[in-house]
Design a protein around this ligand. Structure first.
Ligand SMILES: [Fe+2]
Length: 202
């Protein structure tokens, strides 16, 4: 008769799919003041800054570096809007441009904006519980919560990918996701800015 073999917990982590807490690890947090420039409606943004809500937090696991290794992170993005634009992440490209990424929806209802760096072609994909979004290389990506509960998701990518936030900070995304009659609608940022301008003039 053999002896029972105890499982080894080294290289495993415990996470909570509701709160997106990974046991023993600390998240990076982003409040509205940290990301205010990404939102089109700057008047609405200024008004919200008084309460400066938490928009999202991400717990990055980067324990293994180098060729063939993987980094991953668990994100939680709160529900809410700045003006009509839903809460969203800053978005980024990968420093190593060919690096793709897989996003796995755990909880909630959201979308991702995927914008090809060179062609500028931009599309919106659903990111929600039990759905996977493949983010190809050379594609700027941003997560948006269009639901009324927190959006929780994993992102898994090469340890060599790295993050480039600066390029996206300069150009933002071509599309926005805004509420229209209570439902999420994807539209050109330039059109939304025009609408805001007209509302101001009225
Ligand atoms: Fe990424």
């Amino acid at each position: 008769m053999g002896m029972p073999i105890a499982p080894v917990f080294e290289d495993t982590l415990e996470f909570d799919p509701v709160t997106a807490v990974i046991k023993g690890r600390l998240p990076i947090t982003r409040y509205l003041a940290d990301v205010q420039a990404i939102f089109a409606d700057q008047n609405a943004c200024q008004q919200m800054l008084a309460e400066n809500p938490l928009l999202y937090s991400v717990t990055q696991i980067e324990d293994h570096d180098g060729a063939g290794q993987i980094h991953y992170g668990l994100g939680i993005l709160m529900p809410g809007k700045v003006g009509r634009e839903y809460f969203m992440t800053k978005g980024h490209l990968h420093a190593w441009r060919p690096a793709a990424e897989v996003y796995i929806g755990v909880r909630g209802r959201g979308m991702m904006l995927l914008e090809d760096e060179h062609t500028g072609a931009c599309r919106a994909a659903p990111l929600e519980a039990n759905r996977i979004v493949y983010v190809p290389g050379r594609t700027a990506h941003r997560t948006i919560n269009v639901g009324d509960e927190p959006l929780v998701y994993w992102g898994i990518l090469s340890s060599e990918a790295g993050h480039d936030y600066g390029t996206v900070a300069e150009r933002n995304f071509r599309l926005v996701v805004v509420a229209k009659a209570g439902k999420p609608m994807v539209m050109e940022r330039s059109d939304y800015l025009q609408e805001l301008k007209h509302e101001m003039e009225r």
